[in-house]
Structure formats: C-alpha cells, structure tokens
Design a protein. Structure first.
Length: 364
C-alpha cells in the first residue's frame, strides 16, 4: 500500500487545526507541519499529532512556504491541506482506498474542493485542485499568493471531497492584495496567473476600476483557458459596476467564445434584465438552464448558476411579462435545485394567489 505524507503550512490555527488533523488521522502515514509564526497554541496542538513540526521564517511567499513543507516529507506521495480543510468520514475512507490503488505510475491526483457553502450545507463553489503528487515527480508550487502546482504526466481524477470549513477567525481582508503590492513595489514581473489573481484580489477589496484594468492586462497575456473564461466574466462584472454596460456584454460574450458556461450566460441575462429587455434576458437564462456543468476542467464552478439562478431569474422575467403559469413552473425548478429555499417558497405562495386570481378572472 502506498504511503502518503501530509504537508501543511499554518499560522495561528488553534481553532481548527485539531479538527483538520483528526479528520485525516490514520489515512496518512506522515504529518509535516510548517509553522510560519504562530503566537497561539497552534504548535502545541500540532505536536499532539506529529513530532515533525518546523518553524519557518515567513517571507510573503505562499509557494516558498509550501515548497519548504514538501522538502521535509519522506513518503512516496505528498498530500496538502489548509488548516480549515476537513475530510468527512466517507471521504477519509475513500482516501484510504486510494492508497491501495495508486502506484509509481501515477504522477498526480486531482480532488474536488468544496470551497463555500449554502446555509443548508450544500456546496456553493466547487473546483478541482492538485492535492496528491508523487514526490519523485518534482512538482513544486509557484505563485506568491493562491499558489498551485502545474502537474503533468499521468494525472488521475478521484471523487474524494475536501471541504473548506472556515472558522470565525480575524484576517486582514487586504492581506493577499498587500503581498502582491509589496512584490510589485520590488519590481516583480507578474506572471499571467499572478495578474489574474491580483485582479481578483482588487475586485474582492472593492477596487473595481483597478480590478477591471488588471483583468484586461491578464487577458492580453497567454493565460490558462479557465482563468481566461473567469476573467472575461469578472471583467464584465466590473464593467457593469462602472456603468460601461456595452463593454460588459462584449466581455461576457468573449467568455462564451471560449466555452459555454452558465456563469457567463446568467451574467448576460442579468445585464439584459437590468435594461428591461425581458425577452432577450429570458433567452440567456434558458441557455444557462441547459448548460452542462464542468467537472474536471479545474474551473471555479458557481453551483447556483447551473439550475437555481437561471430558474429563479426566468421566474422573475415571466412574472413581469404576465406569464404567471410559466413563472410558477420556473420557481418550482428553482426549488428542485435548492429545496427549502425561502425566496422560492415565498414565490410559491405568491403564484398560488396569482394563478387563483387568473382562473377567477377567466371564469367570470
């Protein structure tokens, strides 16, 4: 059976580290903890699970820290997690089964990451990450923020879900942006991937105009196709906020020229609905309803865009057109996608009343 080293970087994670390590205990054969400057009980907790706890001088470079953690590993395969990641019992059992399956012919294993959740616990944002790699393959992380490994060779995809369960921990929302700004101030040249994530950090921090410019710079580079698709959509969102609606529509359409994605289709629908063009908006939402959700592309997948959002928006369009029966049907589709959704349940009561009134008017 193949042995696996779990390699982690941590700082002030006393609230969640034990939960993470407990969730994988017994499924990994070695645990490497690289502490980047904790001032709480993080290292004490880590030592309850492993003796391999190392101090590391933080230098505003997540990739460098990740690579340092990998350098301490001794097992044939390397597995990485963040402290607020968790494997449910079923997923832990799948990981243990995987160890009997992979061998020296496997270079990397891609696993689904559930990164955000609805109130009912269902995933709102899903994407794949390169979670397990063969140590001798020599893969390393790159990127000072949002670090990743460019894996190649025999890459397999497994259905072992890792859940990102954030704790209520104070974190400077501009931390990542500040790291990028420091690197730029030192004359660092941004790679396409850096530029893409720099744009996203600007957008998340509310710097819409600068974010739009950064997305535009990225789109002039030779970046990864999935980053390009998302960049067209996010640049369109920035342009909408800046009141440049025609440019926004073109950006959404550029995304669709790369690949059909419900996120872009819904954005186009929103754009047209905002302008009062309900018929054209409905066209784009209907297209989103039949758009296939990507699975192994590595794309950020907004799960609501593949069912719930287009159904609910079609409900609104048809209601404003006076097509109450169609609107009610779309609302039921939204409930199928998100059972128990308060908005759709409220709509159901509204349409019951509306349809009853319509029947009464017809009868009279």
């Amino acid at each position: 059976m193949t042995e696996i080293s779990l390699c982690m970087i941590v700082k002030n994670e006393e609230s969640c580290l034990a939960r993470c390590l407990e969730s994988v205990k017994g499924a990994v054969d070695e645990i490497i903890i690289l502490d980047t400057g904790s001032t709480d009980r993080t290292k004490e907790i880590a030592r309850q699970f492993t003796e391999s706890v190392y101090d590391y001088a933080w230098e505003d470079d997540f990739a460098a820290a990740r690579n340092a953690s990998l350098s301490h590993a001794s097992k044939p395969f390397l597995f990485w997690l963040d402290a607020d990641d968790v494997l449910e019992r079923s997923e832990k059992e799948k990981l243990m089964a995987l160890k009997a399956k992979i061998d020296e012919h496997v270079d990397a294993v891609m696993l689904p990451y559930h990164a955000a959740f609805h109130a009912d616990g269902t995933p709102a944002l899903i994407y794949e990450r390169e979670r397990i790699v063969r140590r001798d393959a020599g893969f390393v992380f790159s990127g000072v923020v949002h670090e990743a490994m460019a894996v190649s060779g025999n890459v397999i995809h497994e259905d072992i879900v890792i859940r990102h369960q954030k704790q209520d921990k104070e974190r400077n929302p501009r931390r990542n942006l500040m790291i990028y700004e420091k690197w730029l101030a030192r004359g660092r040249r941004m790679s396409p991937r850096d530029e893409y994530y720099y744009a996203r950090e600007l957008m998340d921090c509310g710097e819409t105009a600068r974010a739009e410019q950064a997305f535009a710079r990225f789109l002039r580079m030779d970046g990864w196709i999935e980053n390009r698709i998302d960049a067209f959509v996010q640049r369109g969102n920035c342009l909408m906020r800046l009141g440049r609606k025609e440019e926004a529509r073109r950006s959404y359409l550029e995304a669709l020229l790369c690949a059909p994605r419900a996120e872009a289709l819904c954005a186009l629908g929103n754009c047209l609905m905002d302008e009062g063009d309900l018929h054209t908006a409905a066209f784009w939402y209907r297209a989103a309803m039949i758009c296939e959700r990507p699975t192994h592309s590595g794309a950020f997948v907004l799960t609501d865009a593949y069912g719930y959002i287009p159904a609910l928006q079609l409900c609104v369009c048809y209601d404003r057109m006076g097509l109450f029966k169609l609107a009610s049907q779309m609302n039921e589709q939204a409930l199928l996608a998100r059972p128990g959704d308060p908005t759709a349940l409220s709509n159901r009561a509204y349409f019951e009343s509306r349809l009853a009134e319509q029947e009464a008017d017809t009868a009279s």
